[in-house]
Design a binder for this molecule. Sequence first.
Ligand code: NAD
Length: 301
Amino acid sequence: MAAKLLDGEALAGKIKEGLRKEIEELKGKGITPSLAAVQVGENSASRVYIRNQRRATEEMGIDYQLHELPDTTSEEELLQFIEKLNKDPAVSGVILQMPVPGQINARKVQMSISPSKDVEGMNPVNMGMLVYGQAKVAPCTARGAMELLRSSEVELKGKEVTVVGHSEIVGKPITLMLLESLMESPTPTVCHIATKDLAAHTKKADILIVAVGKAGLIKGDMIKEGAIVIDIGINRVPVLDEKGNPVLNEKGKPKRKTVGDVVFEEAVQKASYISPVPGGVGPLTTAMLLKNTVECAKAQI
Ligand code: NAD
């Protein structure tokens, strides 16, 4: 039987509706949530993020400011700029667009964003609050994946969860979130590049969460019958015809499409619930950025 789809667009829509009400209430108290994005140098990938961020925030009535700094900006200058935003009462949240030029240590700058304006949840203070199960803001994709998982309404207590990928931005925070409740938590196993027998871990998972960035990594025979599969990976792959040849676009270049890390057509036959790519975790990442921004605005009251 084919799995039920976990519809990220629909869930993100519901979350945004709730946030809209919170934003109205904040505005009633004279506070307009605002997000300051800092872009250093020119980068086509972050242009797309910026466009999406602007659209998503403005739709919600959140102010969006874009600060474009030259690609010659030194780390010290950027740190000073962030400090200015940290002190600016008109700014609720700060986001540093990636990538930054080579002379800048991105991690160091991200850490300099005040914990109360840390809309990406990457400041060590907020990461630490995750350990205590008391985080007000948290990494957007990890938070989004958890929202999508919870939307299945399947009880987590007692379940075996395998998380594939252990990055600071996705895999590790998800694992901490899974362990948030003292008594109701499932049992997570975390796999990564050095895991010897990945399939042995994925096959025992009642819930499989994958965040790696390798198309085709998780095949149908690696999934337990009836599992919930949350696919976070984003990969651009060529579109192939029935003979396996690349399909070309009007410019004669190979056509590409976005897929996750899980072989969807196989997994959908084994799983009970599955998140598609695109349309699964992606829309929730944006919704969680908005949620974190609202949380930061509330924290500044
Ligand atoms: P990352 O490169 O920082 O981490 C990748 C992780 O995968 C590492 O923990 C690594 O050990 C593990 N890994 C690599 N090869 C493996 C293998 N063969 N077997 C098991 N584990 C392996 O990546 P990231 O930033 O965590 O992102 C992971 C994926 O999620 C990417 O495809 C990224 O595009 C996607 N992503 C999606 C969203 C979204 O909004 N949907 C947001 C962030 C990241």
